[in-house]
Design a protein around this ligand. Structure first.
Ligand code: NI
Length: 184
């Protein structure tokens, strides 16, 4: 596996709508999924989308360790999950505000509202169809990564840019928040 260079904010590929995957068995897609998993683990991060490695293709990887789950959160799948053509639907109207970072936006973190509970779907590397429920941070990561495939960054989802901070000043924002998540 190869560690890939991570696209930084300002590069236009981060603002494109990515192309759907036609054939997940394509060796190029298989290699991309493996390289993205290795790149995310190395960063380290808990999610990565293909535009973040200069590929405008609808592929994401994510991995949320158990210790990152909130007390009431439904756990995500174990290990690293790779999905082609992922999508999601909210399960209800509840929104929750939490801290997000992004490997393409170094040092900055902000408070972002996301759906608390979703159902997500996608195609696994073996070609099988995935349909799972996600909640809390796992749901947040999925929404963040799927946004990347539509050229949307977490900054665009913030209600108030005053809720943006560099890592060293994040504690000021967290006076009323409880979670701190690694970059996605
Ligand atoms: Ni990101």
């Amino acid at each position: 596996m190869t560690l890939l260079k991570i696209t930084q904010i300002g590069h236009p590929v981060l603002r494109e709508v990515a192309e759907a995957v036609d054939d997940v068995a394509d060796p190029d897609i298989q290699m991309l999924m493996g390289d993205m998993a290795a790149t995310m683990a190395d960063a380290p991060g808990i999610g990565l989308a293909a535009p973040q490695v200069y590929r405008s293709i609808r592929v994401i990887v994510f991995s949320v360790p158990a210790e990152r789950l909130g007390p009431d959160d439904h756990p995500g799948p174990e290990g690293i999950t790779a999905l082609a053509n992922p999508s999601f639907e909210p399960l209800d109207d509840e929104m929750v505000t939490g801290v997000e970072g992004c490997l393409s936006i170094p040092q900055l973190r902000g408070l972002v509202p996301r759906h608390r509970r979703i159902v997500y779907r996608g195609i696994a590397p073996d070609g099988s169809l995935v349909e799972e429920r996600a909640e809390g941070i796992v749901a947040r990561v999925l929404q963040h990564e799927i946004d990347h495939l539509d050229g949307v960054l977490f900054l665009d989802r913030m209600c108030d840019l005053k809720a943006l901070a560099i890592d060293e000043e994040l504690h000021h924002l967290l006076k009323t928040e409880t979670s701190e998540d690694p970059p996605q």
